[in-house]
Design a protein around this ligand. Structure first.
Ligand SMILES: N[C@@H](CCC(=O)N[C@@H](CS)C(=O)NCC(=O)O)C(=O)O
Ligand code: FES
Length: 133
């Protein structure tokens, strides 16, 4: 009788996970593939909080296809560890890589290259943005 392997593979295949990841990272300036309990992941989120960048988080431990997504991330980025951090469609590495780039002053310029810009303007109360000097 029939072989259902190809059907059950469906959405769970590494290939469709790869497509999902490529879709998410091409539509969001900063994407963090994370696990809710992971301190390295918190570190990565904190770095982007510090520079005022908004980011999309995908918590792999809460995701139906978490393990498959990790396999696909390994293929795409060379590591299946969390976090995996993407800026402007490119993987910049994990939590310590993100912090290091920030300490070297290289993270903000990467984020600023995104269109549309994902930096939240600081609320300094200095008026409506109209400069009439
Ligand atoms: N230096 C790396 C360390 C990442 C790491 O070792 N992550 C562990 C969890 S803390 C991991 O992903 N292990 C494999 C797994 O959870 O599937 C980083 O900062 O991202
Ligand atoms: S520190 Fe343990 S899951 Fe990341």
């Amino acid at each position: 009788m029939g072989n259902f392997t190809s059907i059950t593979a469906g959405i769970f295949s590494t290939q469709s996970c790869t497509q999902f990841i490529q879709d998410v990272v091409s539509h969001n300036c900063v994407v963090i593939f994370s696990k809710t309990t992971c301190p390295y992941c918190k570190m990565a989120k904190n770095v982007f909080n510090e520079i005022g960048a908004t980011y999309k988080v995908i918590e792999l431990d809460e995701h139906q296809n978490g393990p498959q997504l990790q396999d696909a991330l390994a293929q795409l980025s060379g590591a299946r560890t969390v976090p995996r951090v993407f800026v402007n469609g490119q993987c910049i590495g994990g939590g310590s890589d993100t912090r290091q780039l920030h300490e070297q002053g290289k993270l903000l310029p990467l984020v600023q290259m995104c269109t549309p810009c994902c930096i939240i303007p600081p609320e300094d109360g200095s008026g409506s943005g109209q400069d009439v000097s």
